[in-house]
Design a protein around this ligand. Structure first.
Ligand code: BGC
Length: 760
């Protein structure tokens, strides 16, 4: 149906029917208007598998849904740094949606992992906006290639679960634009999601669901979003304000109450009916885009998707540590698998993303043909390790060549709906790991968690694999990596601080009673740790391999550009080891000496590529950098801006291992609007080329004041002026200072004339 036809349809609808269309029919369906042939469509969670509920509906993952395939959660897939792979995962999800007659899958979830404590971190990609945006865009492209929609969520600043439906995220403009918006912005611009889900929380006091600036000015007017915005489940406070703000669909249903309020507001002249029409138009666009392309005959090959889930999980696993090259293990050796997660892996989180898996492969299942002994070690549900369990584990560890402890966070430790209160692993598991490591020096830990944990035992174990929440086939992936059938190539999509208190949001995260202050500003994750030169347990981007890679020959297509130009960066990556492997080539930019005009992070990720290399093989990897690769957000112009100066481009395998570096001079083509008054200081005037041109002579004259009464231009006067202290005094001197230190009416007139010229 084309736009004209949809408009015509809307013109035939009654006000009541239009208002009705703006909220769901039930938990998962949009409303039908049968007399006009408007069908109902179904939406479902999401994001890493289908949670389609047939009967008892809920949004907390409590009641059962159909049997489906649980792919790795976003915390894991982000670690793959593999955009092609996640796009393929999206295609499979899209096929499943078509098969199950779903118009929209509710995801991806792209909120920034601001603190290790957020209960939903496992569902989110990264602490870095560029990585989160690129991964989300790829997933969306894959899903939507099958003609079903996505709902990128939760827009915006939903970075905690604590008081999630009422709290206000108090955040400054620059931080929103540089950190919290880009995952949405990148995905909206590059992948055009059919829908966006607004978040529960308020933003600087205004609910996301009523936020005109957010839903209309930023999302539609600036980024070009053309689908419909739906509310998170129960995120609507004032429905009429929501319509005005650009919230098209309220989910799930309002029981008719809000529909009536919309009708009343229109009838009383408080709401323009055209705005209701607009919501209907956007909803119907998507309703028909789906129904006209519905292919319920699409096969859903769950076994094939299970296999794909294993391949993806294997590519997501991060080798954090591998002392003495303990890994990969030898298939001929006796190995002890210790810990309940070897038998019952934790591979997904609780809440609305919880999948009813048709099949689960544990590490024990996957290693059934190998020489494995198993000891349970602890009970995740009881969160305890009895003395017998520990003794059994120690004895198994002693007899084995290598002990592998499968550990991590039990379900109750991280979930939608609440945040973690600390960053520790369960005490019983820490105790188990220490005991096993004591019994066998060759101990490996495999972690299952959606977010960083403290590792008090890190110095006592030889190897650590971070599996995140790797989906229903995670066990197979783990065994492949442990025994070397797969060379690990995951890299951390977040920093692992040594302890929670190191995290930049530590002092303010959560927020009581009603607001969460984002006082760390743009310094989230590695942006903070790098700036503070702080040690971390594992840095952002870190990930080892069973082979080694070397980086060389970083070249820029130009060493001097304008901010309107692009530049190509090329770098050679070589596999210098003996195994085939995949390198994650990461490119970061920064300002060479830090500039006057903006406090900025030392470096920021602006490009990454995953490259497969045979032993000895080299490949040239290239990146295109543009204005956004160097810009900061300026509140004076409410836009991106590149300050003129020298920038760095660094490439390597993690934010802390960047062996090659190049410099680039960028000329700014936009000058920030400046306004001077008598309180403007000399330094600022002189830093502005226009200011310098106009005021140089005036200031030179003024400086004679600091010649200590010596005759202007005399040697003594010049000496006095050039002393450090005088320079500093002069730099920080406001124009009015010229009057305070021996000025007169003539000087005042001169200052006013100068200001008039400067501000012209
Ligand atoms: C969650 C969303 C989810 C929705 C529907 C909400 O509680 O925040 O992510 O899509 O429920 O289940």
């Amino acid at each position: 149906m084309n736009q004209e036809e949809i408009k015509k349809l809307i013109s035939q609808m009654t006000l009541e029917e239009k208002a009705g269309l703006c909220s769901g029919a039930d938990f998962w369906h949009t409303k039908a208007v049968e007399r006009l042939g408007i069908p109902a469509t179904m939406v479902s969670d999401g994001p890493h598998g289908l949670r389609k509920q047939d009967e008892e509906a809920d949004h907390l993952g409590i009641n059962d849904s159909i049997k489906a395939v649980c792919f790795p959660a976003a915390s894991a897939t982000a670690a793959s740094f593999n955009t092609e792979m996640i796009e393929k995962m999206g295609e499979s999800l899209g096929e499943a949606c078509q098969h199950e007659k779903l118009s929209v899958i509710l995801g991806p979830a792209v909120n920034i992992k601001r603190s290790p404590l957020c209960g939903r971190n496992f569902e989110y990609f990264s602490e870095d906006p560029f990585l989160a945006g690129k991964m989300a865009a790829s997933l969306i492209k894959g899903i939507q290639s099958k003609n079903v929609g996505t709902s990128i969520k939760h827009f915006a600043l939903n970075n905690q679960e604590h008081r999630r439906m009422s709290s206000s995220a108090e955040c400054d403009e620059r931080t929103m634009r540089e950190i919290y918006f880009p995952p949405f912005e990148i995905a909206v611009k590059e992948a055009k999601p059919w829908t966006v889900m607004c978040s529960y929380n308020r933003i600087n006091g205004v609910f996301a669901s009523e936020n005109h600036w957010l839903l209309t000015e930023v999302l539609r007017d600036k980024w070009g979003f053309d689908g419909y915005v739906m509310s998170d489940w129960g995120a609507v406070s004032d429905r009429v304000e929501g319509i005005k703000a650009g919230l098209d669909l309220e989910m799930p249903a309002s029981g008719g109450i809000n529909d009536a309020k919309i009708v009343k507001a229109v009838q009383e002249g408080k709401l323009d009916e055209k705005l209701v029409d607009l919501c209907c138009e956007r909803i119907l666009n998507i309703v028909f885009r789906y129904t006209e392309n519905a292919r319920p005959d699409t096969p859903w090959d769950k076994e094939a998707h299970h296999k794909q889930a294993a391949d993806i999980a294997a590519e997501c696993i991060v080798l954090l540590k591998n002392e003495d090259d303990l890994l990969p293990l030898n298939k001929e050796d006796e190995i002890a698998f210790i810990g309940e997660f070897a038998e019952k892996p934790r591979f997904q989180g609780g809440g609305s993303s919880h999948i009813n898996c048709f099949k689960i492969t544990s590490a024990l299942d996957a290693a059934k043909d190998l020489k494995i002994t198993y000891a349970q070690g602890y009970s995740a549900a009881k969160d305890e390790a009895t003395d017998e369990q520990i003794a059994e584990a120690v004895s198994a560890a002693k007899k084995a060549k290598v002990a592998v402890v499968f550990a991590g966070l039990p379900d109750s430790y991280e979930s939608e709906g609440y945040d973690r209160s600390h960053m520790r692993m369960p005490k019983c598991q820490n105790r188990l790991i220490e005991a096993v490591a004591e019994a066998n020096p060759n101990t490996v830990v495999v972690l299952h968690n959606g977010s960083p944990v403290e590792m008090p035992w890190i110095g006592k174990v030889k190897a650590v694999l971070e599996a995140y929440l790797g989906g229903q086939a995670v066990g197979e992936a783990e065994v492949r990596v442990l025994f070397g059938d797969e060379n690990p190539s995951g890299h951390l999509p977040e920093s692992f601080p040594i302890k929670l208190e190191d995290n930049p949001s530590y002092l303010f995260f959560g927020g009581e009673p009603a607001a969460s202050e984002y006082r760390e500003g743009i310094f989230v994750g590695y942006r903070y740790y790098d700036k503070k030169k702080m040690s971390v347990l594992f840095p952002f981007g870190h990930g080892l391999s069973y082979t080694t890679f070397a980086y060389s020959d970083l070249k820029l297509s130009s060493t001097s550009i304008k901010d309107t130009d692009t530049v190509e960066a090329t770098v050679t990556v070589t596999n210098t080891g003996k195994r085939a492997g995949k390198a994650v080539v990461q490119l970061y930019t920064g300002a060479e000496n830090g500039f006057v005009n903006a406090v900025r992070p030392v470096r920021e990720l602006k490009g990454f590529k995953k490259v497969a290399l045979e032993p000895g093989e080299s490949k040239i990897v290239s990146f295109t950098l543009d204005k956004r690769s160097f810009a900061t957000w300026r509140t004076e112009i409410h836009d991106w801006w590149v300050e003129g100066g020298v920038y760095t481009v660094e490439v390597g395998s993690s934010s802390a291992d960047l062996p090659v570096k190049a410099c680039l001079n960028i000329e700014s083509t936009v000058s920030l609007p400046k306004h001077y008054d008598i309180n403007s200081i000399m330094m600022d005037i002189m830093a502005d080329p226009k200011g310098r041109e106009i005021a140089a002579e005036f200031i030179r004259k003024g400086m004679s004041v600091f010649g200590g009464g010596q005759e202007e231009g005399s040697e003594a006067a010049n000496e006095a002026i050039s002393s450090d202290m005088s320079m500093a005094m002069m730099n920080y001197m406001p124009l009015r200072g010229m009057l305070s230190f021996g000025g007169n009416a003539e000087a005042e007139a001169a200052i006013n004339a100068l200001l008039a010229q400067l501000n012209r």
